[in-house]
Ligand binder design. Sequence first.
Ligand code: NAD
Ligand code: MG
Length: 296
Amino acid sequence: MTSPSMDDPRGKYPKPPFKQQTQPWPGLARDMNPPPDHGEQSYRGSGRLLGRKALITGGDSGMGRAAAIAFAREGADVMINYLPAEQPDANDVIKLIKAEGRVGIGVPGDLKDETFCRSLVARAVQELGGLDILVSNAARQQTRESIMDVSSQDFDDTMKTNVYAPFWIIKAALPHLKPGSAIIGTSSVQAVDPSPELYDYAQTKAATTSYVKSLAKQLAPRGIRVNAVAPGPIWTPLQVSGGATMEKLEQFGSMTPLGRPGQPAELGSIYVQLAAADASYATGQVYGAAGGSGQP
Ligand code: NAD
Ligand code: MG
């Protein structure tokens, strides 16, 4: 067994300025420059989630992919959901899950649809043979300078994806979750320090933090833990497909004390920690990873 390297977090990953780039939403990780790191080469498991069964929304890229890779390397079977346009990214993830000898299943579909959300959970239970980790991570983020530029359709799409979908999915999953199961939401520093140009998105992240804390209290008597991860600026497709202005993107992460954006790989172990059985007293918590600024 070789010891993991002691990395200096300052120089570990690319720093701004970044090249201008834009992709049609929802974007693909494989087309980003530089490509994000989701732990493909680096994450090493130690059986922390052996035999667990996980459903991860937005598992094709970004934080969801980092969690999917880490979970599989910790011994979990994993189903990921994503949009049909993201099939190329999803294929890369499923290949990595299967390379660990775990079950890896991809289910494309739109979470804005309640019927789809319910069928997704049903498929997870059936095809994984149960469900005990639910990572509600998918989200829509589209930057708009003014509230006047946020259309009712925008507002509705953001709410449906970020607020309604977790509600539908968790409700569908709950009857199947046994004591010891874990629900993990992805919140954001935006929940407590919202940017002016993310009016609709930021309030959905406040909602995420709120539902996590509410459900943690509600589900503790059933032995189900509910926690959230709150990332700062992370280099993912969401940011290059309308999530950030070009000016923000070029300097992405420069405002943090570490002076760079985080990479999804730097958060994979946090999802593992919140899912793992030895974190049994952690519920209702928000685990931040924001390069030294922001708060959960
Ligand atoms: P990402 O683009 O890699 O992941 C978001 C995923 O959401 C997409 O891959 C897509 O599969 C999914 N998605 C969006 N709309 C969907 C829909 N209608 N139906 C099904 N799937 C849909 O970006 P990411 O940054 O890894 O985002 C993951 C989570 O991290 C989100 O909850 C986001 O709010 C949160 N977050 C990101 C940052 C950041 O800087 N990147 C910061 C804080 C929080
Ligand atoms: Mg994606």
